[in-house]
Design a binder for this molecule. Structure first.
Ligand code: SF4
Ligand code: SF4
Length: 117
């Protein structure tokens, strides 16, 4: 399992420059560890994971859980956070939903009344 950035991160960016594989990236203004690039620092010059070793908060970078559901929820929360950070996401979603709903309601009323929409 690779390492991951947690909510304890204070965005000091020390780990980003310390990572020997360039696995730590900024995605949507937050640090993220690319699991395809993180090697846990195995095979590098270092004997301990550099992101964890240099983190001033101690828990800003931690090893990912091997628990399936914990990992699943981590990914889910990251993706939802990505969506909800988009400006006007929920407003656009609500407008789209309301428009579709009112179209369907109108069609239903026309069918019930036997008139053209
Ligand atoms: S070293 Fe720790 S606090 Fe600093 S950016 Fe990395 S995870 Fe965040
Ligand atoms: S464990 Fe090593 S390779 Fe993985 S993100 Fe941390 S510093 Fe980079």
């Amino acid at each position: 399992m690779t390492y991951k950035i947690t909510s304890e991160c204070i965005s000091c960016n020390l780990c980003q420059s310390a990572c020997p594989t360039g696995a730590i990236k900024i995605v949507d203004n937050s640090l993220w560890i690319d699991p395809d690039l993180c090697t846990n620092c195995v095979g590098s010059l270092y004997s301990v994971p550099q992101c964890k070793a240099g983190c001033p908060t101690c828990d800003g970078c931690i090893k990912q859980s091997t628990d399936y559901w914990e990992s699943w929820f981590d990914t889910y929360n990251r993706l939802v956070a990505k969506l909800t950070k988009k400006q006007d996401y929920w407003e656009n979603w609500f407008n789209f939903y309301s428009q579709k709903f009112s179209e369907q309601l109108q069609e239903h009323q026309c069918r019930v009344l036997g008139v053209e929409p």
